[in-house]
Design a protein around this ligand. Structure first.
Ligand code: SDX
Length: 442
């Protein structure tokens, strides 16, 4: 691909660029498009029809799968914007449903819009009473993410009146239902896991306080919401709300591109998020800190992480896009200290190990050369454990928060007039055509 030639438009601003590809003695031109910020893209939609060749990019390290206006990440600078607003400002000043509104509709809500949105979400927090029977089909010790995959997918079996994706009203109702019911289902998964009765949502509580109440209240006594912990929970949800075209969001977009109903698409996103390389890293990171056990053992684990023959990786470190400190990790670390302080946990050995591990890793030439920094999952586990959640619930909480991001991205895709079913191709390296051989002759 030769240099892009830029044709300057009026006022000298790049109006359109062209990229040229020399292939098999022919020159092919492709349009280069610029977004409002970030890398340009080379539109190769006609590449196969004009050259007979595909691009090859497993893992999509250099591939833009869509056009989006929701979230922007500058991985080198460690910047994360939601509809232009920096994540640290949203985490500091916003509440989760306000960020949900922003992600869905593109602007921060006015007071009236926020009150209406809160009202609409709050009145969808209960689930159909028969859904509680799904849980009894699971073992009590089933991983809560397995339960979430099953129960969220089953929402399609209850809410037939909001599965027609061609109807904007049904799409809106399904979006409200998913945002509102995910915390309820997550809390039910937790209560079922520990053998306690389900706790109904309380409409006078905000999103995070209601979630803590459904998880930790018991029928035999009043549960008092700790405002510091509820604020920390709210901030954790905000930090995990959306993150551009990550693996689970791409899964939801691909599932949605076939016309699957939104409940099925979100269930697919939950399944993908479960992987330890993605949303499962918060659970894996805390388990890793437990395995390290003491700051004296850190050098051994750093050596293992650098050893090509050892599959061990520092969980909570590294990122496909961030080649700088994940801005969410900084806020997560601050939240960890706040929660531990509020709970009077003076010296959490896992936090000591995490802080020492970060310090050592950030001065190690391997991690510097490969630009491996702590990501959002590195400190979240310590905070969630302090809040009282078992490690098996960490990715469930990630899914509760990310549901709005999945829905916003799904909504953007469905509303895109150019949207079509996602259907990647391949580089085929298998057997070429050959005739069947009867078993007696093999
Ligand atoms: C999330 O995409 C998103 O936005 C995701 C997310 C979101 O909000 O949706 O941000 C949430 O998933 C955060 C990431 C959580 N995962 C982990 O913490 C698991 C540990 N991290 C790694 O598995 C890894 O860093 C990934 C999966 C996150 C990124 O992997 P990439 O981009 O495919 O990079 P890579 O595996 O090619 O690594 C580049 C090099 C490799 O060495 P070389 O083969 O070039 O010699 O860095 C090394 C890797 O071996 N490396 C690590 C490492 N991560 C990468 N070495 C040790 N420890 C690590 N954690």
């Amino acid at each position: 691909m030769s240099e892009a030639a830029t044709k300057l438009g009026p006022g000298g601003k790049a109006s359109e660029s062209i990229a040229r590809l020399e292939l098999a003695g022919k020159t092919h031109e492709f349009k280069v498009r610029s977004g409002s910020t970030g890398p340009d893209v080379i539109d190769i939609g006609a590449l196969y029809s004009t050259t007979g060749a595909f691009t090859y990019d497993p893992g999509f390290t250099s591939t833009a799968s869509c056009e989006s206006a929701i979230t922007f990440i500058d991985g080198d600078a460690g910047i994360l914007l939601h509809r232009g607003y920096p994540i640290d400002q949203l985490a500091e000043h916003g509440d989760f449903l306000e960020v949900c509104y922003l992600l869905l509709y593109g602007e921060l809500p006015t007071k009236a819009q926020k009150d209406d949105f809160d009202y609409r979400v709050t009145r969808h927090t209960m689930v159909h009473e028969q859904m509680s029977r799904f849980f009894t089909g699971f073992r009590r010790d089933a991983h809560p993410m397995a339960v979430m995959c099953g129960v969220v997918g089953a929402l399609s079996a209850f809410y037939h009146d909001s599965t027609d994706i061609s109807d904007p009203y049904q799409r809106m109702v399904a979006s409200m239902r998913l945002i509102a019911k995910m915390p309820t289902i997550a809390a039910m998964a937790y209560k079922y896991h520990i053998g306690q009765p389900f706790i109904y949502p309380k409409n006078e509580l905000n999103f995070a306080a209601n979630f803590l109440h459904m998880c930790f209240a018991v029928p035999c006594e009043e549960y008092k919401i700790n405002p510091v912990l509820a604020r920390a929970m709210e901030r954790i949800f905000i930090l995990h709300a959306d993150h551009e075209q990550n693996a689970s969001t791409s899964t939801v977009r691909l599932a949605g591109s076939s016309g699957a109903n939104p409940f099925a698409c979100i269930a697919a996103g939950i399944a993908c998020l479960w992987g330890p390389a993605h949303g499962g890293a918060n659970e894996a990171a805390l388990n890793m800190l437990g395995e390290i056990g003491h700051v004296d053992n850190i050098p051994e684990f750093i050596a293992r992480a650098k050893d090509k023959n050892d599959p061990f990786r520092l969980m909570g470190f590294g990122h496909r896009v961030y080649k700088n400190y994940d801005p969410r990790a900084k806020i997560m670390q601050k939240t960890a200290h706040e929660v531990l302080g509020e709970l009077g946990i003076k010296d959490d050995p896992l936090l000591d190990i995490a802080m020492e591990l970060e310090k050592i890793a950030l001065t190690d030439e391997y991690f510097i050369e490969k630009k491996l920094y702590p990501n959002v999952d590195f400190y979240s586990g310590i905070t969630l454990k302090a809040l009282g959640f078992p490690t098996t619930m960490f990715t469930v909480l990630f899914a509760v928060a990310r549901t709005v991001g999945w829905i916003a991205q799904w909504k953007e895709m469905i509303e895109d007039p150019h949207q079509k079913i996602g259907r990647p191709r391949q580089l085929y390296t298998g057997a070429t055509e050959r005739d069947y051989v009867p078993i007696a002759k093999r």
